[in-house]
Design a protein. Structure first.
Length: 276
């Protein structure tokens, strides 16, 4: 890999959070956990120079590799296109996903080694906007992985945990040490499996924008009781309307955001008056 990048006149970018997997056992393990094979369609984000890409292609799946770094794309193409992989240069946070993957729900599996600064917003965007992706296996920093898979009451539980629970189910399925990367990061990584609910979101009758506005307000001041953290976003009735909303939802006003599971947040979204 060092020689390949040297021939392209480039090195891993710290600004982009590039840490490439250089251990063959690790990429084979990720491909196995992705549970893909002939007939499956896989999209890989952050393909780098193709070490994981080749392992995915080796399963017999049809693989599309997305890479934002134009300096890496020529090296990536030279490595993976002979294996039948389609390479797309683009930013996953701005990509026309519908144009790339089509509209058929759940048809694709996403596999990605994601840098810290894009992992949470990218997973959230894909869940919200790209129903063509039915499953994800993402490698992220351990603390991010724990946050994606956290349940109410867990230390890592936060707004993105509620987002994931709304769309699907997540679990940490493995840990990855720093030694399998080049350059070595200073933190451990986690492999997180995310699977969409088969019948759509878990609370389809709830106004999604209002639900996540409440969630953001609650976790934005997570040390405060909900009657205080939600006071600034409620609509008609002010404090009285909020109190009625808590009673309707069966949620204690002195609870804090991390104590509420998705069902409780959904009840609040149904009961708390939204600003007009």
């Amino acid at each position: 890999m060092r020689d390949l990048l040297a021939r392209q006149g480039t090195q891993p970018s710290r600004a982009r959070g590039q840490n490439f997997v250089v251990d063959p056992n690790t990429v084979r393990r990720i491909a196995r956990l992705a549970a893909v094979g002939p007939g499956d369609r896989v999209v890989e984000v952050g393909a780098g120079v193709g070490s994981l890409t080749l392992a995915l292609a080796g399963t017999g799946a049809s693989v599309t590799a997305v890479e934002v770094d134009r300096k890496l794309v020529p090296a990536l193409r030279s490595v993976v296109e002979p294996a039948g992989v389609t390479v797309v240069e683009g930013d996953a946070l701005r990509l026309d996903w519908a144009g790339l993957l089509g509209a058929e729900p759940g048809r694709w599996v996403l596999v990605a080694n994601l840098p810290y600064n894009v992992a949470t917003p990218l997973v959230a965007r894909l869940l919200d906007e790209v129903p063509a992706i039915g499953r994800m296996l993402v490698m992220v920093q351990l603390e991010v992985g724990e946050r994606l898979a956290a349940r109410a009451g867990d230390d890592a539980y936060g707004a993105v945990s509620v987002k994931v629970a709304y769309w699907g189910a997540a679990a940490v399925v493995g840990r990855v040490p720093p030694t399998v990367f080049w350059p070595e990061p200073k933190v451990e990584s986690a492999l997180v499996d995310i699977r969409r609910h088969g019948g759509g979101p878990a609370a389809p009758d709830v106004d999604r924008d209002w639900l996540f506005r409440l969630v953001a307000a609650g976790f934005g001041q997570r040390r405060k009781m909900l009657r205080r953290s939600l006071a600034a976003v409620v609509g008609e009735g002010g404090e009285a309307g909020l109190a009625d909303g808590f009673a309707c939802a069966g949620v204690r006003p002195d609870a804090r955001a991390e104590q509420l599971d998705l069902d409780a947040w959904a009840r609040l979204a149904r009961c708390v008056p939204r600003p007009s």
